[in-house]
Design a protein around this ligand. Sequence first.
Ligand code: UD1
Length: 391
Amino acid sequence: MKSVTPILIHLIAAARPNFMKIAPLYHALEKEEWAKPVIVHTGQHYDLNMSDAFFQDLYLPEPHIHLGVGSGTHAEQTGRVMMAYEKVLLETKPDMVIVVGDVNSTLACTLATTKISYDPIQNSKFKIQNCGGRRPLLAHLEAGLRSFDRSMPEEINRIVTDSLADILWTPSPDADQNLLHEGIDPSKIVRVGNIMIDSLEMMRSKIEKTVAYEGIGLQPGEYGLVTLHRPSNVDDAGVLDSICQALKRTARKIPIVFPLHPRTRKNLERNGLMSFLKNAEGFVLLEPLNYVRFMSLVFNCRFVVTDSGGIQEETTYLGIPCVTLRSNTERPVTITQGTNMLCKPEDLARTIEGSMPRKGKQHIVPDLWDGETAKRVVKSIRSLRDGRCAL
Ligand code: UD1
């Protein structure tokens, strides 16, 4: 039973990679009598296997608030989230809003939160000057990552979110540096580590007991795992075709498991590449998987090919070779310290063949990627409440 009036904290969840970031934080805040965490799902991802399955896997309750915005162009999706969330802000008046990652909903909720004005102004639960009860404090978890590639929608989302956030929780020193270079007040930056690793550690025993490879006829260490969804790889028919050709060449040597993101499936079908992959030797094409089954495939694979951000980090943590089909990454420590390497579509087959024997390569787990990030975030919020932070 919570005895004091708790701090009302909205956790914004929107798309698949967000759910692993809010889960450990939700569970950590739930234990604190001074905090009332509320999950706000914007509905950016809505399929059962892109959303609900993750809530069940990560022991999250049903979202307390659901905006149900669905898909659309960038402006449509961002605008719909802003309009729906503004109403929720005015009705519920949270003390703090926590956005995670870099998806369109992260940006939309940041804009709605930092432009809202409560009427009447409420007593701030935070002993800091910043918003003076006029609006909630806005915190960004996974702040400071930069690919320096503004053709990526996520980069725009990161830059705008970080420039508006009151508190920036970063995963690594490069992120701190990026923020300082952009002129962010150092007192707003708190390095807390990588929250994705909290989810992995929270679910480790369940992942290790799950043998997802068995049901699809594979042996541990004897397959590659592929995930693709970035517009730069899947929206252009020529690029997608050259990736499929390279994967076909690899699949003749070692089976390839390929869970298909809805965007990727749509583009494979549109370009006649679905039947090409189905008829090629060595492919296992799957629907998107829940967190535990997917991580079970990661734990046991020989190598990963991906364009995801989070998977670059998980493979670095686990020491699994990762070929990232991008020309840049906002997560450089996965290259300098981890097992990640960047690759162009035309070099894919050769790069995979070179990376296969790398299992066991020396790698360093970056500092504060230790499963304790949620605890550090909770500590940071407590410091803000007690006025022990400058801001
Ligand atoms: C979004 C994020 C990206 C993140 C990715 C993880 C942005 C700009 N992009 O990209 O950073 O890495 O999520 O998946 O926010 N669709 C479904 N069912 C769903 C969700 C989407 O069928 O549950 C289809 C829709 O046709 C939609 C398309 O997938 O138009 C793309 O979805 P969207 O959320 O717009 O972008 P993602 O490519 O998933």
